[in-house]
Design a protein around this ligand. Sequence first.
Ligand code: ADP
Ligand code: TRP
Length: 329
Amino acid sequence: MPPAAMTERPTSLTGIKPTNEPHLGNYLGAIRPALGLSATYDTFYFIADYHALTMVRDREAMRKSVYDVAATWLACGLDPSATTFFRQSDVPEVFELAWVLSCMVATGQLERGHSYKDALAKGEAPNAGIFNYPVLMAADIVLYDTNVVPVGKDQKQHLELTRDMATRFNHLFGAGEELLVVPEPLIGEAQLVPGLDGHKMSKSRGNGIVLFWPQKKLRKTIMKIVTGSEPLEAPKEPAGTLFELTRLLTPHVADEMAERLRAGGYGWGHAKQDFFEALDAELAPMRERYEALRADEPALDAMLAEGAERARVRARQTMTRVRHAIGMR
Ligand code: ADP
Ligand code: TRP
């Protein structure tokens, strides 16, 4: 069986770790662009629970977080009948491929991995899961004949490693043929969404705008974003975290905001209110759906199980090809 892309629509795939409640960076950097691809791509979107195990050491936190991420994807508009939507851990073939791909990468390449290097630099003693993280991620991607991977900029290095592993495999075992599809990252406009402190918005930094906070908390948090302190009348330069968030969320609102800021007589408090309104207009209907979806864990389980069955069909096809190529029966 040849790679799926040769017979079907191209495939888009991405994963989100169940480490905490998804934030605006996840939404603008990965979820919204990924959902936008479903008209033209065959989409595989999943919950990277085994990747989360490198950090999440609490069964209840893991359990809860998987449902948070699942309900988030669905509330944001993922259609489970059109997208293969599943948990990573429901497709054991990924671990078999991870082993094969680990034999395609030099340890030196993994030693240069950002997350591993950061952990060492912080004086931590990273577990081998953090070291091997890029290999499992490569297997996630390659297993489904993925053509494009919508992600934020922080994942660029992982995609480069994935490309290296797939290319090396093809070189060694494919005799010039693309046995494994070599994927492209799809890094969109919102490649690095800033957090409340101006640094990259991230679950671990605690600087995030959680997507489905209640409206009151959302507004309160936005009002606390640090901005300039020029007097109301003064013309202002449209820049900084608040403006950047507005630009990434709703470019048309940002254009208007820029004009008003430059003209003067429009304060940062007004800008915050305008950003809040734009964000709330987009999130409010999703927030309502989120609450309903999140409340029904058995329904989420059923959806994910159904997705995993479909995912395994393609996973098995790839593994048959791989096993044959490397001389395993
Ligand atoms: P986090 O970095 O907060 O732990 P994840 O690692 O689970 O979040 O990221 C899931 C997806 O969201 C990835 O594609 C990642 O690139 C994207 N992402 C996370 N934070 C940001 C951000 N601040 N800007 C753009 N994309 C982001
Ligand atoms: N490493 C990604 C992150 O931290 C999550 C992830 C795991 C992923 N496997 C993937 C993303 C495959 C895209 C494709 O955000």
